[in-house]
Design a protein around this ligand. Structure first.
Ligand code: GLU
Length: 275
């Protein structure tokens, strides 16, 4: 069986969507048709008997729109306020959409502390496992209203790798505004070549990834590569795909050549919590 074919048999899947995928970049408002497709596909995957955890950004983007702010919040307090407003709004939409497909979702908000403190870690881990065993779809975000620089994970690419590692996920799918990893930033270099599979993290891999690009999102290719390192060392395959077309998720699950696949390479001595 090829590495791609193996993806058909993954059982515990973490899917990460960023703000730039689920909102309109010009306005920061929710792209309902995309969100609807995402939810339908997740509901389908769930109906196949697989477990799915969704890591969704968008709280700050949605919150800032609600108060009429046209740019990224500059102060920590403003960012936290936007997240508080937007997280509730986002969950309301998810809850409505998932219930149309007879699925129950739940909100999980985590911070770096959750992973650093044994007690919090165990609690979060138990809650996630319990939800999965109940057939619920957990929707995870960082708890931005209490996160400050010292305790924040900061971007949801990393958060999704932490979550996948915590629950022993076997596949992490990260939606991006690009098709996957290129040898250089394809927006700047026309000769950049697409990388369809990564089996080893040579230093060049990190050089290939360039920083963030959008007005709404937080991560970029670089945070995704670091997330891939964590996820694969913890034993999961990770795929970066373009979130413009939600059908890419299904294609990956069907073992098709979509996006960049980072092949799992479990390291028994690797402690993701200390990263
Ligand atoms: N937690 C932030 C939010 O929901 C986003 C972080 C990220 O996009 O990486 O708005």
């Amino acid at each position: 069986m090829t590495d791609r074919e193996k993806l058909k048999h993954k059982q515990r899947i973490v899917i990460k969507v960023g703000s730039s995928t689920i909102t309109y970049s010009e306005t920061g408002t929710i792209n309902y048709s995309k969100l609807e497709k995402l939810v339908r596909i997740i509901a389908d995957i769930h109906n196949m008997g697989k477990e799915v955890v969704l890591v969704s950004s968008g709280a700050i983007a949605v919150g800032r729109h609600a108060i009429g702010l046209n740019e990224k919040p500059k102060t920590l307090a403003c960012k936290q306020a936007c997240a508080a407003i937007g997280q509730a709004a986002l969950m309301t939409v998810y809850k409505k959409l998932f219930s149309e497909y007879n699925q129950t979702c739940a909100q999980i908000l985590l911070t770096k502390y959750t992973f650093l403190r044994d007690e919090s870690y165990e609690n979060a881990c138990n809650t996630l496992h319990e939800l999965l065993s109940m057939g619920v779809i957990p929707i995870v975000n960082e708890n931005d209203t209490v996160s400050t620089a010292e305790i924040e994970i900061g971007d949801n690419d990393s958060l999704s790798a932490y979550v996948s590692s915590m629950i022993n996920g076997d596949l992490l799918i990260v939606l991006s505004d690009q098709d996957g990893l290129y040898t250089d930033d394809p927006r700047k270099n026309k000769d950049a070549k697409f990388v369809s599979v990564v089996k080893e993290f040579d230093p060049e891999i990190f050089d290939m990834a360039k920083g963030a690009g959008t007005n709404v999102g937080t991560g970029g290719m670089s945070t995704k590569i670091h997330a891939a390192l964590m996820a694969t060392k913890s034993g999961a395959d990770m795929v970066i795909i373009n979130g413009d077309d939600m059908e890419n998720i299904r294609a990956v699950m069907n073992g098709e050549e979509k996006g960049t696949l980072f092949v799992a390479n479990k390291d028994e001595n690797y402690d993701f919590r200390s990263m």
